[in-house]
Design a protein around this ligand. Structure first.
Ligand code: NAD
Ligand code: TDX
Length: 342
C-alpha cells in the first residue's frame, strides 16, 4: 500500500516530528500535512528546515470537527500522534487528557469513517498497566512481557485516556469497517523530546548546573526505544499492517531509572551519585516490557539502535548542541516540578 498525501496529527511534538523527518527523508513521493495545536509541547522549530513543498503545518485542534473533516477529505491516510502525553501533568489536571486523547480521537475516526480514509492510531504500552519487577519474582526470572493479547489495565489518567481511545478505534473497526491499525510503543528517547520528560530533564539539569531528580528509589523499569526505530515501525504498519490489528513496538531496552540516570551522569563526566531523590510519582507504574515478536515476524521490522549507551550519547550531544531549543523553557519547567515536590 502506498500513500501520497498523509496527515500527521501532533507532528510538531517529539515523536510526531521525528516521524515527519523520517517520511521526508525516506519516502519522497509522500506529502505530509501536519495538524498540530502547538500546545506547550508542540514546537514549530521541530519542523524547521523541512521543504515547504513536502510538509505543510496547519495549526489547529483535532477536536475541531469542521477543520478535521476539511483536511481528511483530501488525504489518503491519517497517522494520529497528537495527545496530552505526560503522566505527571495528568495527575495535576486530567481534563485536557480527556478532551484531546478521547474526544479528539473520536473526531478523527469519525472523519476517517466518513471519507473512508486509512487511519493509524499511535498508542502506548501503558494501556496494559504495569508488570512486577524482575527482582520481586521467585528465582529472579525473565518475567512476563506485554503482548497484543494482554488485558487493558491502565493506572493513570493519561494511560486510561489512551486506553479509552484505543477501545474507540477497535469499536470503529468492528462496527463501521474503519480501515485502522493500532500500535502500542514503549518509552521513546531521542532529539526533540520535551524537557519535562525523564531523560531530557536530567540532561538539561546537568547542563544547567541543577542536580538530576530521581523519583523514589529509581527501581522502576522502562523499555527504551530510539524514536527513529519507532518511526520505521509505524511506516511498516501503515503500509504493510493488517487492518484491525494491534502491533506492539519495543526494542528489548529494559533499564531501571537509577541505571539510566547513572549512565547519563557518567557520559556527561559527573559522579554517578550526584543526584537527588525526590517525591515518588503517585501510582507509579513499576515495570513495562514489550514482546514485539508479531511486528518482527509478520512485518520484518527490527531496531537499528540496539546499543542504548550509543543512542543516549547521541541524545546528550543533541541537547548539548541545541541549547537554543530548550533554554527558554527550562526555568518554568523546573518551577512547576518544584511546586509539586519533584
Ligand atoms: P508530545 O507531548 O511531545 O507531543 C504531542 C503533540 O500533540 C504536540 O505537538 C502538541 O502540540 C500536539 N497536540 C496536543 N493536543 C492537541 C490537540 N488537541 N490538537 C492538535 N494537536 C495537539 O508527545 P509525544 O511524546 O511525541 O507522544 C506522541 C504520541 O505517542 C502520543 O499519542 C503518545 O501517547 C504516544 N507515545 C509516546 C511515547 C513516549 O515515550 N513519549 C511512547 C509511546 C506512545
Ligand atoms: O524527573 C523525573 N524523574 C524520574 O525519576 C521524571 C520526569 C521521571 N522520572 C521517572 C518516572 C518514570 O518511571 O522516569 C520514568 C520515565 O518518566 P517519563 O519520562 O515521565 O515517562 P513515562 O511516565 O514512563 O511515560 C512515557 O512513556 C510512555 C511517555 O511520557 C508517555 O507518553 C508514553 O506513553
Amino acid at each position: 500500500m502506498t500513500f501520497k498525501n498523509i496527515i500527521v496529527t501532533g507532528g510538531a511534538g517529539f515523536i510526531g516530528s521525528n516521524f515527519v523527518h523520517y517520511v521526508v527523508k525516506h519516502h519522497p513521493e509522500v506529502h505530509v500535512t501536519v495538524l498540530d495545536k502547538l500546545t506547550y509541547a508542540g514546537n514549530k522549530a521541530n519542523l524547521a528546515g523541512l521543504p515547504a513543498e513536502r510538509v505543510e503545518l496547519i495549526v489547529g485542534d483535532i477536536c475541531d470537527q469542521t477543520l478535521v473533516e476539511r483536511l481528511v477529505a483530501d488525504a489518503d491516510a491519517v497517522v494520529h500522534y497528537a495527545a496530552e502525553s505526560h503522566n505527571d501533568n495528568s495527575l495535576i489536571d486530567p481534563t485536557p487528557f480527556i478532551q484531546t486523547n478521547i474526544v479528539g480521537t473520536s473526531v478523527l475516526i469519525n472523519a476517517c469513517r466518513k471519507f473512508d480514509v486509512r487511519y493509524h492510531h499511535i498508542s502506548t504500552d501503558e494501556v496494559y498497566g504495569d508488570l512486577p519487577l524482575r527482582e520481586d519474582l521467585p528465582g529472579h526470572g525473565e518475567g512476563e512481557k506485554f503482548t497484543p493479547e494482554s488485558p487493558y489495565r491502565p493506572s493513570s489518567p493519561y494511560s486510561s485516556s489512551k486506553a479509552s481511545s484505543d477501545l474507540l478505534v477497535r469499536a470503529w473497526v468492528r462496527s463501521f469497517g474503519l480501515r485502522a491499525t493500532i500500535s502500542n510503543c514503549s518509552n521513546n528517547y531521542g532529539p526533540y523530546q520535551h524537557i519535562e520528560k525523564f531523560i531530557p530533564r536530567q540532561i538539561t539539569n546537568i547542563l544547567s548546573g541543577i542536580q538530576p531528580k530521581l523519583y523514589g528509589t529509581g527501581k522502576n523499569v522502562r523499555d527504551w526505544i530510539h524514536t527513529n526505530d519507532h518511526s520505521r515501525a509505524v511506516w511498516q504498519i501503515l503500509t504493510k499492517g493488517k487492518i484491525g490489528e494491534t502491533y506492539l513496538i519495543g526494542a528489548d531496552g529494559e533499564q531501571n531509572n537509577k541505571d539510566v540516570l547513572e549512565l547519563i551522569l557518567k557520559l556527561m563526566g559527573k559522579s554517578s551519585s550526584d543526584y537527588e531523590q525526590v517525591k515518588d510519582r503517585p501510582g507509579h507504574d513499576l515495570r513495562y516490557a514489550i514482546d514485539a515478536t508479531k511486528l518482527r515476524t509478520e512485518l520484518g521490522w527490527q531496531p537499528e539502535f540496539t546499543d542504548f549507551e550509543t543512542g543516549l550519547q547521541h541524545t546528550i550531544d543533541w541537547y548539548t548542541t541545541h541549547e537554543d531549543w530548550w533554554r527558554a523553557e527550562k526555568a518554568a519547567v523546573e518551577a512547576k516540578y518544584a511546586q509539586n515536590g519533584q
